[in-house]
Design a protein around this ligand. Structure first.
Ligand code: LMR
Length: 328
């Protein structure tokens, strides 16, 4: 495929598919739920599509559907197993019905920064997690970073007691549900595309997400402020169906995978900068960001970390130890 602009300028415009894919190209639908601008996943998906469309012109073509325009995350994996979509990058919190191994990434305060996350994901145990869902028909291709999560609510949150009794939207993950219960809050699992409206109408009082998602969805418009807790991770697994992946011509498959790996390396390395830009954009929009003193932050750690115990059998104590060794 060539770009839409080039197509418009070319004589072949009348024959072109409106998406920019050419006849005879294998179409790879890539569905995701975030915005495209300034967003770690939006940028990575667009770059992956651009590179496939240029370097595999005539053979393969990626169509990206962002902003939940094709599927929500609770539908996309089933759609993938049906063959209706070929690639997606849901957050690691959204694979609960396929594997419990990813729960380690949801445990609060497991990783001290994105460098530690990167090292753990690139370790042998991290890489083996890509295969955790194969018998259920899904294959993980690469981890994509988003970042660490912050809390926001319709009132200031400085100590864990401030969250008590509030309703918080969470992703559909038992770990995140347990985490909010540990705070005495009421967790409400909900699709990403519904969160802004739920915050606006008071269906929920607060939420947890990364700078890019808080900025991209404009949650700050309908919250009192954001507290910089960095209390948990939101990262992605680029995923495909085993059936589709196995059906590909091996040379095509290798080329797609090597483009994906290069995009992954490039964009994962840039993620701290993207997050910083989003944090700044939130401040520039006039929203309040509250920083915690070390003593206040320790209170959040003390309140939430006991959740690890509930899930150590699912994730393996040895994996928790490996993650902690990286933090040290
Ligand atoms: C969420 O549901 O909050 C996130 O998983 C959205 C995303 O894809 O970053």
């Amino acid at each position: 495929a060539v770009s839409a602009l080039a197509l418009m300028a070319s004589a072949s415009v009348a024959m072109a598919d409106p998406t920019g894919c050419d006849e005879g190209e294998m179409v790879i639908k890539f569905s995701h739920v975030t915005n495209t601008d300034k967003h770690p996943k939006g940028i990575a998906a667009a770059l992956f599509a651009k590179r496939v469309n240029e370097e595999m012109d005539g053979k393969a073509c990626v169509e990206v559907y962002p902003n939940s325009t094709l599927y929500n995350d609770d539908q996309v994996l089933e759609a993938m197993l049906q063959g209706d979509v070929q690639m997606a990058a849901p957050s690691l919190s959204k694979f609960e019905t396929f594997t419990k191994k990813y729960r380690i990434f949801d445990l609060p305060f497991m990783f001290k920064n994105m460098e530690a996350v990167d090292e753990f994901q690139n370790s042998e145990v991290g890489q083996s997690m890509k295969e955790a869902m194969v018998r259920r028909g899904l294959l993980g291709l690469d981890f994509w970073h988003n970042g660490l999560k912050q809390f926001s609510a319709n009132k200031p949150l400085l100590v864990p007691g401030d969250a008590k009794g509030l309703k918080f939207r969470v992703q559909p993950s038992d770990v995140l549900i347990a985490q909010m219960e540990a705070l005495g809050a009421s967790p409400q699992p909900m699709a990403f595309s519904e969160v802004y409206g739920a915050l606006q109408t008071g269906v929920v009082d607060g939420q947890e997400n990364t700078w890019s998602n808080i900025y991209g969805q404009k949650f700050y418009e309908v919250q009192d402020g954001i507290t910089e807790t960095n209390h948990g991770l939101l990262d992605y697994m680029v995923v495909t169906s085993v059936d589709w992946w196995d059906s590909l011509d091996p040379a095509m498959r290798d080329q797609i995978k090597s483009i994906l790996d290069e995009v992954t390396q490039e964009r994962n390395a840039a993620v701290n900068q993207v997050n910083e830009e989003n944090r700044q954009a939130i401040l520039d929009a006039g929203a309040t960001i509250r920083e915690l003193t070390p003593e206040q932050r320790q209170q959040w750690v003390d309140a939430m970390k006991p959740v690890w115990d509930q899930f150590k059998d699912d994730v393996g104590q040895e994996n928790i130890d490996a993650a902690q060794a990286i933090n040290a």
